[in-house]
Design a binder for this molecule. Structure first.
Ligand code: ADP
Ligand code: MG
Length: 241
């Protein structure tokens, strides 16, 4: 089943001579369990694509389907529920609340969704542990390294069995080994947990964790690979003769 589908999605901002076409007729499908990487130069529409896929913005034309449902036909409250329960979003700048601990940041979406504080806290801890941050649960964001903050943001986006993870350069603030760890985690959550992920990245080596890479330029999909060999294949391949 396709978890996310964009059908001929275009997005323009502004009007007249100031009009910017951020996306042109972008079509893209991510099946359940797939990990799709999105690459492209700055300004090519990567963040716009993710915010539209995440129902945070509406396309100017075209349609977004989540788990087969056209988002334009979903009521406002059902859309809000989708964003609370189904879609996890990792923002480029993390968006952690500085006055809350790592555990409180991660469990907040579940509490806002009406889960009891105790259940939300347990689920939050599980999500942190999954990202190797169990020991850091009581720390505040300013007591964590950049890499740890990044992983807290990912734990929050994955908490409560979300099925669609949208991540805007989730490894942007990480050194290369931590970035690999994060991509492997997302990869494993897709392969073992049936999550679907769309991940924007600048780095071709990180993108190779994905099943497929979609290339954007000037708001258009210029190319798609399918499927790319994972980094494991580099480790097992024979050196050139
Ligand atoms: P990327 O993430 O690949 O760097 P973006 O999706 O952020 O690209 O932007 C694509 C284009 O749309 C850029 O030209 C950008 O300036 C423009 N754009 C994005 N968001 C807005 C907005 N809210 N208002 C006006 N223009 C925007
Ligand atoms: Mg961007």
């Amino acid at each position: 089943m396709s978890m996310l589908e964009l059908r001929g999605v275009s997005k323009s901002y502004g009007q007249g001579s100031a009009e910017v076409h951020a996306l042109h007729e972008v079509s893209l499908t991510a099946d359940e369990g797939a990990m799709v990487a999105v690459m492209g130069p700055s300004g090519s529409g990567k963040s716009t694509l993710l915010t539209i896929a995440g129902t945070l913005e509406e396309p100017t034309t075209g349609e977004v389907l989540i788990a087969g449902q056209p988002v334009s036909k979903v009521s406002g409250s059902a859309k809000a529920a989708l964003r609370r329960r189904v879609i996890g979003y990792v923002f480029q700048d993390f968006n952690l609340l500085p006055g809350l601990t790592a555990a409180e940041n991660v469990s907040l979406p579940l509490e806002l969704d009406g889960l009891s504080a105790r259940k939300a806290r347990l689920a939050g801890l599980r999500s942190l542990e999954r990202l190797g941050l169990g020991e850091r649960a009581a720390h505040y964001p300013d007591q964590l390294s950049g890499g740890e903050r990044q992983r807290v943001a990912i734990a929050r986006a994955m908490v409560g069995e979300r099925r669609l993870l949208l991540a805007d350069e989730p490894s942007g603030a990480l050194d290369s080994s931590n970035a690999q760890v994060v991509m492997r985690l997302l990869h494993d959550a897709c392969k073992d947990g049936g999550m679907t992920a769309v991940v924007v990245t600048h780095d071709a080596q990180l993108a190779s964790w994905a099943d497929r890479v979609v290339f954007l330029r000037d708001g258009r999909v210029t190319d798609q690979t399918s499927p790319v060999p994972g980094p494991e294949s580099l480790l097992t391949s024979e050196p050139n003769q």
